[in-house]
Design a protein around this ligand. Structure first.
Ligand code: SF4
Length: 306
């Protein structure tokens, strides 16, 4: 059944926002890595990065609207030359800043200061770590990634990140290595906590467990393997109506590298744009119908993925 039809049968109306509390900003598709699951197909060869003018439009929006959280993503957002400026100015508006970091970017030339920069600006870090073992990480994200990720996590722990107390939050993200659903979040979080502490002496606050979205590089991989339909069927069969309230698209607006607004980062990966940030109209956006499609079953499968 089409996702839209399913939602309308359940909610008796299309999918709409609940309350926009966060702005998710994608600073561009440039990345020092090229992970197999990336839904925006980011990598070292990508040239799309947000300009200073667009960063200023984001900041103007933060100053004008009551946005509680700025969620910064990419690619590797730290590779955008205006990244530090965005974080510094956003903090002045009083909003909470969350950065999605791949961790290995800490070891790129000239970016060794990042852990200290994050601590100085009270930024929350959400970092992908698809396994607590080196083989699981290196196969999904490239050779040597695990070693760098562990070293980066140690640096963050040393600065007070991930100690379970308020402030300096350090979250990890797990996603499966292939076309299957992730295990239960609570159980996997316990495994990560025990194994990372015992093997590496690392602590963290939360583990988020996400299904791979059939979008971007992962979709191409499925197509090449002739497994796209089978994976989409798996997601659809695992539909869980209790995930609908928490869907990311109902609580945030996503801003693409060129200033186009989207319902979410996944719709950005599919090019399903709404309007430009300079035309931001809170009332119009609050009353919009969210653009859904078959990929949305990736967010509603099992325990949900947003
Ligand atoms: S992909 Fe997920 S977050 Fe995006 S519109 Fe669909 S359900 Fe919402």
């Amino acid at each position: 059944m089409e996702f839209k039809q399913r939602i309308e049968e359940l909610l008796k109306q299309p999918l709409t926002p609940i309350r926009v509390q966060s702005l998710q900003v994608n600073l561009g598709y440039l990345c020092n890595m090229a992970c197999s699951h990336c839904h925006v197909s980011a990598g070292p060869g990508r040239t799309e990065v947000m300009t200073k003018d667009t960063v200023d439009e984001v900041l103007a929006l933060l100053r004008a609207e009551q946005i509680m959280t700025l969620d910064i993503t990419g690619g590797a957002p730290e590779l955008n030359p205006h990244f530090r400026y965005l974080v510094q100015e956003a903090k002045k508006t009083g909003c909470h800043v969350v950065v999605h970091s791949n961790l290995t970017v800490f070891f790129e030339p000239g970016l060794e200061h990042l852990p200290q920069f994050y601590q100085d600006h009270d930024a929350e870090i959400t970092a992908s770590l698809p396994c607590y073992l080196d083989s699981g990480v290196d196969s999904a994200r490239g050779k040597g990634t695990y070693h760098k990720s562990v070293e980066a996590l140690r640096q963050l722990n040393h600065l007070g990140y991930g100690d379970g107390k308020a402030g300096r939050k350090l979250n990890l993200v797990y996603n499966p290595s292939g076309p299957f659903l992730p295990p239960e979040q609570k159980r996997l979080e316990e495994d990560y906590r025990r194994e990372l502490a015992a093997r590496q002496g690392i602590t963290f606050d939360r583990l988020f467990v996400f299904a791979n979205m059939p979008v971007g590089r992962f979709r191409k991989q499925l197509e090449r393997a002739g497994a796209l339909q089978q994976y989409c069927d798996l997601l659809e069969q695992a539909f869980n109506p209790s995930t609908l309230t928490g869907l990311m698209c109902r609580h945030l607006i996503s801003v693409g590298w060129d200033g186009t607004l989207y319902d979410c980062d996944f719709n950005q990966g599919l090019g399903l744009g709404l309007q430009h940030i300079r035309d931001f109209d809170r009332d119009r956006l609050a009353g919009r119908e969210i653009m859904t499609g078959g990929h949305c079953y990736g967010c509603t499968a099992g325990q949900g993925s947003t």
